[in-house]
Design a protein. Structure first.
Length: 145
């Protein structure tokens, strides 16, 4: 257990070292947020890990966005986006949470309630909504390609 904690702490410290190197640009490899408006570093584009302790909302994530309550992207999400409430605009990859919402979704939505305007992929959950799909509403599984 001590070894795992040491490895995790080392990885976080190395990640923050890279974040400092990227600080002059618009992109960061790691961002940690307490709530959507309070995070370090301040960049809104993350190519790597975006960790929200309670929640976060950034412009773009390419990689992994993890949050306890709310995960959100204002423009683009490529990778895995997870939290209790998960919202994205242009999503390619996987959304995993109790409530998932995307404007345009390519990939998989896995949750209790899944909603999107346009879908190229599969939704798995109790309530599945694809507003511009062949089947706008389905229970358990819905898909559109």
């Amino acid at each position: 257990m001590k070894r795992c904690m040491a490895v995790l702490l080392t990885a976080v410290m190395v990640g923050f070292g890279f974040a400092v190197l990227y600080a002059a640009g618009d992109v960061t490899p790691i961002k940690i947020s307490l709530v959507p408006t309070v995070g370090i570093p301040s960049q809104e584009t993350v190519h790597g890990l975006d960790l929200g302790l309670i929640g976060d909302n950034v412009k773009e994530v390419q990689g992994l966005q993890l949050s306890w309550i709310y995960s959100g992207t204002k423009e683009k999400m490529v990778g895995l986006q997870t939290g209790f409430v998960v919202i994205g605009k242009e999503v390619t990859g996987v959304q995993y949470g109790f409530y998932n919402q995307a404007e345009n979704m390519t990939g998989l939505q896995l949750g209790f309630i899944n909603s999107t305007n346009y879908m190229n992929g599969v939704q798995i959950g109790l309530v599945n909504i694809i507003k511009k799909g062949v089947l706008p509403f389905m229970v358990l599984v819905n898909a559109n390609f």
